[in-house]
Design a protein around this ligand. Structure first.
Ligand code: PYC
Length: 317
């Protein structure tokens, strides 16, 4: 008979968006690169992923972060991010939560560290307390002003950008970005996502554009913009979204609307803020975004995975 598994986790939130770091009791994925280990995780451990983040132990909004030994020994840790429907290449809010969690455990001190992800090594600076800065993977706008036709024949224009995930960014959408309208905003973004798929619009590598970002004016005059980001599994990001903020930065730089080193304050649908700047701009227009945000630890827990439990592996869509 299969045995009950115990999984040690620490929960946190970054600007309201939760993350769950798996510290112990997770699968052994071998010693390959993080990209190779991610493929093994996807192929062989999908029900473990679902058990950790989906109901009844989690919820659609929770992002998991499987802590792994890094293959690059200059890195403080390796990580594979995952959500309610699969794995993520990169996750900015999750990375901030991971760094604060490692600090809470005494595994890192204030200062510079490197974290290995499936899409590359990310430089982080733990500022002490709850504050973290990270330099995201190289980010760029792939296409500008792409028109998509919605089911009711309306046309929406947006930009496609990469910063660890594929994003479709829309400025002209006619939506009020108010947290009381998350259901309407979710339905609208889901329509855009489906329209992109119908029209076979993908990222440069054929990757699915599975993050939709609406942008609008900020509520707080100290900020530059407010966003609403719909994630792949139809949950909206409570934080300003680290990769979504990087995507916005790549578009601003490409349009000459922001200079390298100039700070952009991105407000989320809840009003939480990430500070962002481009620290490097390459000849082809791609950039290295630097993002700063705060995370708070919200709990320590041991998850119990009892194979006799009919919902042991999570309630899956
Ligand atoms: O912060 O990059 C991010 C993110 C992606 C999905 C949810 N949060």
């Amino acid at each position: 008979m299969a045995e009950t598994q115990r999984v040690e986790v620490i929960d946190s939130h970054t600007g309201g968006e939760p993350a769950r770091v798996v510290l112990g009791g997770g699968p052994d994925l071998g010693n390959g690169t993080l990209a190779e280990r991610r493929r093994i995780f996807e192929r062989e451990w999908d029900r473990f992923r679902s058990a950790v983040v989906n109901e009844p132990r989690g919820s659609d909004v929770l992002v998991g972060a499987l802590l792994c030994p890094p293959s690059d020994h200059d890195c403080a840790a390796g990580v594979i991010f995952f959500n309610n429907v699969g794995t993520l290449n990169m996750c900015g809010h999750g990375l901030i939560g991971l760094v604060v969690t490692l600090a809470e455990l005494g595994r890192i001190k204030p200062g510079r560290h490197r974290i290995e992800t499936p899409v590359g090594v990310v430089a982080v600076k733990y500022q002490g307390g709850n504050r973290v800065t990270f330099e995201n993977v190289v980010s760029y706008r792939f296409a500008k002003g792409i028109s998509v036709r919605l089911a009711d024949d309306r046309r929406i224009q947006g930009d496609i950008a990469w910063e660890g995930n594929w994003f479709f960014l829309v400025e002209e959408h006619g939506q009020d970005l108010d947290v009381r309208r998350v259901e309407e905003l979710t339905a609208f973004c889901w329509e855009i996502r489906q329209a992109l798929e119908r029209q076979n619009l993908t990222g440069a590598d054929g990757g699915v554009i599975d993050h939709i970002e609406l942008l609008g004016p900020p509520r707080d005059v100290r900020n530059h913009s407010r966003n609403f980001v719909l994630c792949p599994g139809k949950a909206y990001d409570r934080s300003p979204c680290g990769t979504g903020t990087s995507a916005k930065l790549a578009c601003l730089l490409a349009d000459g609307k922001l200079r390298p080193g100039e700070v952009w304050r991105q407000e989320s649908i809840l009003g939480s803020v990430f500070e962002a700047e481009a620290v490097q701009v390459f000849d082809d227009g791609s950039i290295v975004p630097r993002i700063t945000g705060t995370a708070y630890v919200t709990g320590y827990a041991t998850l119990v995975l009892d194979p006799e439990d009919p919902f042991c592996w999570g309630i899956r869509p």
